[in-house]
Design a protein around this ligand. Structure first.
Ligand SMILES: Nc1ncnc2c1ncn2[C@@H]1O[C@H](COP(=O)(O)OP(=O)(O)OP(=O)(O)O)[C@@H](O)[C@H]1O
Ligand SMILES: [Mg+2]
Length: 230
């Protein structure tokens, strides 16, 4: 059965204005991503990768163009529904792990759930489960400074997963890791994708990108290549 379009971008542009200078970070991007895809976005520094991710992940708005998510125009969403989507449908993983230092792994992972309407017990269960998925079942009570870089990134992935999001956005998720930990992180993403999660990842490392099923290359804010991998 062909899967549904999750994301449709038509002629998306993003221009930043800084003082008198305007800079076009994205220039007329057309892109469709289906449910269950694993996409890597590549390109040189400044080519617009993070800008594109932030728009895709509802963290920023385009200057022009149309973004249709699950068949609905994102422009028509109000702040409340946008906050709801950010909270429930997408999970983010960044190059820096952004964990809270004074909290345990379990507490960090539980954070996205505390404003929801599920019981404390259920919150802990979900957080424990998310940590088990990334192989950290035996490190739940550790604080970030008691974990290796790879383990901290696994906590961040668990936190991104805890709400069972449809899409995981990852911007250079292995950028701060040694190659062995990076490989472990990519194996986790691969498994998550096999289990049905859509993954959209920015990387400039072609080894990391090779885990994706499709590789999109950006240059100067334009898509210069969009190919299935293997
Ligand atoms: N908030 C901003 N205000 C002004 N210009 C910006 C802003 N954010 C990004 N830019 C500019 O937009 C362009 C694209 O930036 P972006 O962060 O998307 O690049 P990138 O491909 O993610 O690069 P990197 O690989 O270095 O992370 C760059 O030229 C950058 O200087
Ligand atoms: Mg970037």
């Amino acid at each position: 059965m062909p899967s549904k379009n999750l994301i449709e971008l038509k002629k998306i542009c993003k221009t930043y204005h800084t003082g008198k200078i305007s800079l076009t970070a994205l220039n007329c991007i057309n892109l469709t991503i289906k449910e269950g895809e694993f996409v890597a976005i590549m390109g040189p520094s400044g080519s617009g990768k993070s800008t594109l991710m932030n728009i895709l992940g509802f963290l920023d708005v385009p200057s022009h163009g149309s973004y249709v998510f699950e068949g609905k125009k994102v422009k028509s969403f109000d702040e409340v529904s946008l906050a709801d989507i950010r909270n429930k449908k997408v999970g983010f993983v960044f190059q820096s792990f952004y964990l809270l230092a004074r909290m345990t792994a379990l507490e960090n992972v539980r954070l996205p759930l505390i404003y929801g309407d599920i019981s404390d017990k259920e919150q802990v269960q979900k957080a424990e489960n998310a940590l088990k998925i990334t192989g950290l079942g035996d490190r739940m009570e550790h604080n970030p400074n008691e974990l290796s870089g790879g383990q901290q990134q696994r906590v961040a992935i668990s936190r991104a997963l805890v709400n069972e999001p449809k899409i995981i956005f990852a911007d250079e998720p292995t950028g701060n890791l040694d190659s062995k930990s990076g490989k472990e992180i990519m194996e986790i993403f691969k498994k998550l994708n096999r289990d049905g999660n859509t993954i959209i990842m920015v990387t400039h490392d072609s080894k990391v990108a090779s885990y994706a099923k499709r590789i999109i290359k950006l240059k100067d804010g334009e898509i210069i290549s969009n190919k299935l991998n293997k």
